[in-house]
Ligand binder design. Structure first.
Ligand SMILES: [Zn+2]
Length: 120
């Protein structure tokens, strides 16, 4: 894989940390690849103030998790709830993710869905 936003986020992840004190937490795994992501959110007045992730997995999974938490900060919870899988895949602006890797790319987005379910 050539250098792209997934590679650079994998190499230098944004907000990769354990955050048990976070307001909302969601976890997702991909059995196909062994990817696992925990995603943590804090909100204030309906806006995501902090987003963090931790986990293990392949480059696509971890790079996309970093891109997702970076995107989430400052967004309204309503806007985040309306995100779709294609929206999440578009965060990898300069990478066309092959269909067989989309499961890996969406583990963090699934963890986000779990976090939002815990919030409702
Ligand atoms: Zn994977």
């Amino acid at each position: 894989m050539s250098d792209n936003v997934i590679m650079t986020n994998w190499r230098e992840p944004f907000h990769r940390a354990h955050r048990p004190e976070a307001e909302f937490h969601g976890r997702a795994v991909s059995t196909a690849c062994g990817d696992e992501i925990d995603l943590y959110l804090d909100t204030e007045d309906g806006v995501v103030t902090d987003a963090f992730f931790e986990g293990d997995g392949c480059i696509v999974c971890l790079g996309m998790a970093s891109l997702l938490v970076r995107y989430l900060e400052g967004r309204s919870v309503e806007e985040v709830r309306e995100m779709t899988e294609p929206d999440a895949l578009k965060l990898a602006t300069d990478v066309a993710i092959e269909s067989r890797r989309q499961g890996c790319a969406l583990v963090a987005f699934k963890a986000l869905g779990e976090a939002l379910r815990s919030a409702s």
